[in-house]
Ligand binder design. Structure first.
Ligand code: C2E
Ligand code: MG
Ligand code: MG
Length: 509
């Protein structure tokens, strides 16, 4: 019944009651004294009845209201859970984690206390997701979250910060030594594999660590710095890194370099140098490795410094396409002028291989220069396979269809180059310069180079010894049967015109 109806009903019943009861009293009672007495009684009766009615209505209203309030509270709790917790693991989510940090900062301010924040990222998680599927990825996240939760102490909190990232908030850690101990315990939690259905997965984690207040006075600063520390730990993986101010300086340096690189690219200020490659059997130079150079303030910024920045900022594709185009053009023109075919090796970094447009870039460089594809050698390191195994295989197959050659660069530096050599159609193997340069003095390095040459020959690969700096190294490599030699002892990297003069002189000589 609506409130209006209740009021009208009450009005009607009251009016009827007053009118009828008065009429009855007047009819039955002649004595004015008795009439006054009964009218008073009737009035009180009416008041008590009304009060009971109001009480009953209020009681009902209260019940209805409290039921509604319960429903609202329930909805609010659900909403809060949705907003502040992660649907997969049930852990507090990013928003909740950041809120906790803010509240800890408030508490720490008044109590002069410290606390530590660890940001944990699962290594190679994308690969697991890609190969086993998202459902397995979710199960792994769940298993990891359970294992981490089991290791929490009372004053620590675990937060699912993002896809494969967890925040570990430690109110009970008071100095960096404790933080280091805790972080290494967390890294060790990944020593045992995770069993997901029929699959046993080995996964590691990288961790960045910051402490309040010395690594950031606000939640924003703490998170920025823990991110940087994580970024550094990711360079090595399966480890933790405590934040240091040098990390921020390195980030600014990178940022500046990125801006400068953008300008240099627009203004075409990058050069390609050529380091001649020597064939000891023919006793002459047969080609070169193209090496990118960035002139800066009278010197050069090393590719080892700017290539990683170009990879991160996405500029590597433009740079890579430019090197390919330039190297093919210069090599073809020079070969025509000299009258013998020259080969050229171009370095291709892992990020370039993650982008299938590399195939179009190679094709275009070959077509526009007219260079025989067999004379173009693409140099890759095993890093190419580590970052994106599946796509890399497909891209390699398509590149091989263009008939270009493939070289494994810096062989011996990584752990798994051997298995890649077996799986992919490499034609050249470039032994890492560290071993070549150690040949003079170290028996072990000499033995390693000897074994690498023998293995390459058994696999039908041509061996390139790079970083040859002495006559002894040159002779040793030649004796061992290396097919090509490259290094400062034979020729330094040089600009295209100098390369042409160098080859002319060699031809005459
Ligand atoms: P890398 O491909 O292993 O190239 C060989 C590096 O060794 C070059 O350094 C070369 O100048 C240097 N080198 C050659 N002979 C000797 C020697 O006798 N002694 C010593 N100590 N060093 C020697 P560079 O030019 O600084 O390049 C460094 C790395 O940067 C290259 O290593 C390559 O991975 C990368 N890089 C260079 N150019 C490009 C490019 O166009 N694209 C990509 N993606 N990476 C490039
Ligand atoms: Mg190379
Ligand atoms: Mg190399």
């Amino acid at each position: 019944m609506t409130p209006a109806r209740i009021a009208i009903l009450y009005l009607v019943i009251s009016a009827l009651w007053i009118a009828l009861s008065d009429a009855l009293l007047y009819r039955w009672l002649d004595d004015p004294m008795r009439l006054t007495y009964w009218q008073g009684l009737k009035g009180w009766f009416f008041i008590v009845l009304s009060a009971l009615l109001v009480y009953a209505l209020a009681l009902r209203l209260k019940k209805v209201l409290s039921r509604e309030l319960d429903v609202k509270r329930h909805h609010l709790a659900l909403l809060r859970r949705k907003i502040y917790s992660d649907h997969l693991t049930g852990l507090p989510n990013r928003r909740a984690g950041l809120r906790t940090i803010r509240s800890w900062i408030q508490q720490a301010k008044s109590g002069q206390k410290q606390f530590y924040v660890m940001l944990l990222d699962l290594d190679n998680f994308k690969q697991i997701n890609d190969t086993l599927g998202h459902a397995a990825g979710d199960q792994l996240i769940l298993a990891v979250s359970k294992r981490l939760q089991a290791a929490l102490t009372e004053r620590q909190q675990l937060v699912r910060y993002g896809g494969n990232e967890f925040l570990w908030l430690c109110a009970d850690v008071q100095n960096s030594a404790e933080a280091e101990r805790r972080a290494s315990e967390v890294v060790a939690l990944f020593a045992q594999p995770f069993v997901i259905g029929p699959t046993t997965l080995r996964i590691t984690a990288s961790i960045g660590v910051v402490g309040y207040p010395h690594n950031g006075a606000t939640q924003g600063a703490l998170m920025r710095n823990v991110d940087l520390a994580l970024h550094h730990s990711k360079l090595y993986r399966n480890c933790f890194k405590l934040y240091q101010s040098s990390m921020t300086r390195a980030m600014h340096y990178r940022f500046d370099l990125e801006q400068k690189m953008r300008e240099a690219l627009e203004q075409g200020r990058f050069d390609v140098f050529y380091q001649p490659v020597y064939d000891p059997r023919k006793a002459r130079f047969t080609g070169a490795e193209a090496l990118l150079r960035w002139p800066d303030e009278g010197g050069y910024i090393s590719p080892a410094d700017f290539i990683p920045v170009a990879e991160q900022s996405g500029q590597i594709r433009t740079l890579g396409a430019m090197v390919l185009m330039e190297a093919c053009k210069v090599t073809q023109q020079l070969g025509e002028r000299l009258g013998w075919p020259l080969s050229v090796s171009v370095n291709v970094s892992p990020k370039q291989f993650a982008d299938e447009r590399i195939i179009g870039d190679v094709r275009q460089a070959l077509e526009s220069s007219g260079l025989d594809p067999a004379l173009l050698i693409l140099e890759i390191t095993e890093g190419v396979f580590l970052s994106n195994a599946i796509e890399t295989g497909e891209i390699l197959t398509q590149l091989m269809e263009l008939s270009v050659a493939l070289a494994m660069d810096d062989f011996g530096q990584g752990y798994s180059s051997l298995s890649y050599l077996r799986k992919h159609p490499f034609r050249y193997l470039k032994i890492d310069q560290v071993f070549i340069q150690g040949m003079d003095t170290s028996d072990q390095d000499r033995a390693l180079v000897k074994a690498s040459v023998a293995m390459a020959q058994a696999l039908g690969l041509k061996v390139v010894g790079e970083g040859v700096e002495t006559d002894t190294q040159k002779n040793l490599l030649t004796e061992l049967g290396a097919h090509y030699l490259q290094g400062y002892y034979l020729a330094r990297p040089m600009p295209a015109d100098e390369y042409e003069r160098f080859l002319m002189k060699e031809q005459v000589g």
